[in-house]
Write a protein that binds this ligand. Sequence first.
Ligand code: N2P
Length: 362
Amino acid sequence: MKYLFAISTVAIAAAGAVTAQDQVVNIYNWSDYIADDTIEKFQEQTGITVVYDVYDSNEVLEAKMLTGSSGYDVVVPTGSFLQRQIGAGAYQPLDRAALPNLVNMDPDLMAAAAAYDAENEHATIYMWGTTGIGYNIGAVAERLGEDYEVDSWALIFDPEIAAKLADCGITMLDAPTEMLPAAMNYLGLDPQSIEPADLEAGAELLTQVRPHIRYYNSSQYINDLANGDICVSVGWSGDVFQAQARASEVDAGVEIGYVIPNEGALQWFDMLAIPVDAPNADNAHQFINFIMDAQITADITNYVWYANANLASMPLVDEEITSDPGIFPTEAAKENLWSSPVYNARTDRLITRLWTTVKTGQ
Ligand code: N2P
């Protein structure tokens, strides 16, 4: 017994708290956003222990980045948020010499991401996607008719249609800088506008449909769609495809579709960046370089169903994914995609206020 106890104590020590001499990297990433074996492979290859933590909101990440001393070594802000945080001095420039796998990245997409970070000085693309509509094909057909084609934001923003779907559950992302522009675009306004009147009009529409919304949350909808607990979500492309995959695993007869509505949708880039005060910047570079390995990125895309910007990985990505227009939009759909503007502090305060009104109804 004693012997066994001694052995298990050693085992606990080995698996337990990280000691000072251990190499560590602290990652803060979006939930449901990495393959099941990525961390393990990195640890095996480098001997660096990964401490992994997740969030589902840019605002939550931003609060930590602007406060500083987050303790994180790698974080994944969306482009427009990254730009503002760079402006606040939150990130360190990348050491390109430590990132040989940068050669794998798609120059066109990196150029597009440079709109948020001149010359890609502080960040590289992790994954990208769109913010569209995930829906339960059967439940929607039951309520709107077999012939109803789900191809418009009217599904959510037309109060009459939303009312017919309310009983099976409509959800929105808890992401004001994505929901307000989508509503503005539906009203025929510029989704990139930072005019208070336009943002207020968007909020007004969101408030009108509010009685039909079950909840505002940016991660719960994956399982809820898969289980048939809700039937329509404004959601992120890959998350909806994960719901689709989970639904087929459960096999409760739920079939999930994802659509980039005809009126257009937000296209975003999520970026790998290193906080200015990262405790383990060298390990952070090793992690980012590891992610940019063609096979590792392909594994992530194959698991989370998000498009990546790693050209070298493309031949390794499942054909089912590369050929899906919900993941890699067609040229025609691309014409209607918009990107987020960078909101100044004043607009940001207005957005926060409007969003509180939308969510609470007052
Ligand atoms: C992953 C969500 C990442 C997309 N669950 C948000 N930009």
